[in-house]
Design a protein around this ligand. Structure first.
Ligand code: AMP
Length: 186
């Protein structure tokens, strides 16, 4: 399949095609969860490219210096976006994975808690940053990641998602002063 350059903003038809390619897997990873599987989008070169272009066109005039991706599907979306924007890529990881000095934040899950970490020296103060993840559910992960970025004193320009589960109201947990957007809302 030939990969074409798409210099113009993505139209609604492309978003609908991406939406149609997302696969629902019931009861994964545990009973009661309807898992949104995006591997069926990523494996299609045109859809993958259009998804990256969609985010690129939202950000291209915003002088973004770093794309921060949340482990692990935020890496898959964030890396090609950083490359396209000419920005650096910085990972936020689950605990114990980053080798250098880290800033960490623990947050509550439905049962138990989780920890996210970022290298303390990954981003200089006031740098213009976008945070990206594949899916916003309750908002706990993205809110915790925003807290880490605040501690590094960066200029968080935008928080972006491929998918938002709107009925869980995750956006309400995110900082009010930051622009937030999801490509697809259920
Ligand atoms: P939350 O902290 O509740 O907003 O959960 C967001 C994180 O969990 C993201 O990194 C998602 O990849 C993952 N996640 C939560 N719910 C789902 C779902 N229904 N399908 C796929 N991934 C999910």
């Amino acid at each position: 399949m030939m990969i074409t350059e798409s210099p113009t903003p993505m139209d609604q038809i492309s978003v609908e095609k991406i939406k149609a390619a997302i696969r629902d897997i019931p009861d994964f990873p545990k009973p009661g969860i309807l898992f949104k599987d995006i591997t069926t989008v990523l494996r299609d070169p045109i859809l993958f490219q259009h998804m990256t272009d969609y985010f690129y066109h939202l950000l291209k005039d915003k002088n973004i210096q770093y794309v921060v991706g949340i482990e692990s599907r935020g890496f898959i979306l964030g890396c090609p976006l950083a490359y396209r924007l000419g920005a650096g890529f910085v990972p936020i990881r689950k605990t114990g994975k980053l080798p250098g000095m880290v800033e960490r934040h623990e947050y509550d899950l439905e049962y138990g808690s989780d920890i996210v970490e970022i290298h303390k020296d990954a981003i200089e103060p006031n740098a213009r940053v976008v945070l990206i993840d594949d899916l916003l559910a309750t908002g706990g992960t993205a809110a915790a990641s925003s807290t880490l970025l605040k501690r590094l004193d960066v200029d968080l320009v935008s928080i972006l998602f491929m998918i938002e589960l709107g009925f869980l109201n995750g956006m309400e947990k995110l900082p009010k002063e930051v622009n937030t957007h999801a490509m697809i809302t259920y």
